[in-house]
Design a protein around this ligand. Sequence first.
Ligand code: PEP
Length: 251
Amino acid sequence: MRKNIIAGNWKMNTTFEEGMELAKGLNEALKGKTLKCDVVIGTPFTHLACIADAIDTNVIGVAAQNCADKDKGAYTGEVSAAMVASTGAKYVILGHSERRAYYHETAEILKTKVNLALANGLTPIFCIGEVLEERKAGKHFDVVDGQVKDSLFDLSAEDFAKLVIAYEPVWAIGTGVTATADEAEEIHVHIRCTIAARYGEEIADNCTILYGGSMNGANAKELVSKPNVDGGLIGGASLSVDKFMPIIEAF
Ligand code: PEP
């Protein structure tokens, strides 16, 4: 059975103190609750170790939002997958559309990052998704197929089975415009079929595919009620316990 996951992506938000307060607040809010999904928070690098130390990581998994495409060495300013893993983080968000667009992360670079993340025991949350022009031109299925194939399909079946995929239409990220639950379901089914064609039905069935893009307490229930939407990757609404909790409780 595949896992349901609600993952927050804090992006470049929160000072260290604010981040600690947010993580501890979420930890408090989840205490004693029976959850139908795993919860993950993607924090800035600077917060990872202290947050992992301050919360119950059996209840909240900690994620980095990126890692280097190099193992180690003279790469000033970079943070390696091994460094991320050494903080107690268990996940790393890779291929977010902001990183693809603003930092020119290519399929090849992402392939290397995925390999390094897996080699260091991290679970990649691998983001894919089309821009508005591609959706309007009806190219969204081909775009996500290309993103998955170009960065992930050289993985062994054993490694592929460790990944989480996040479908995030770029036109829905931070815009307040959400894909309808039917649109999300349609493309999640398509992604699952593409995975099945390469790795077989069992691995495709067990792959967690999250939806991301302006998900909030009002639309989460309908989205996660779809059989192929296994949770969400949440930006804005993960920055407040009051906004994040109803999404977690949508399951
Ligand atoms: C994201 O950045 O991954 C995201 C989904 O952001 P938002 O929820 O703010 O649209």
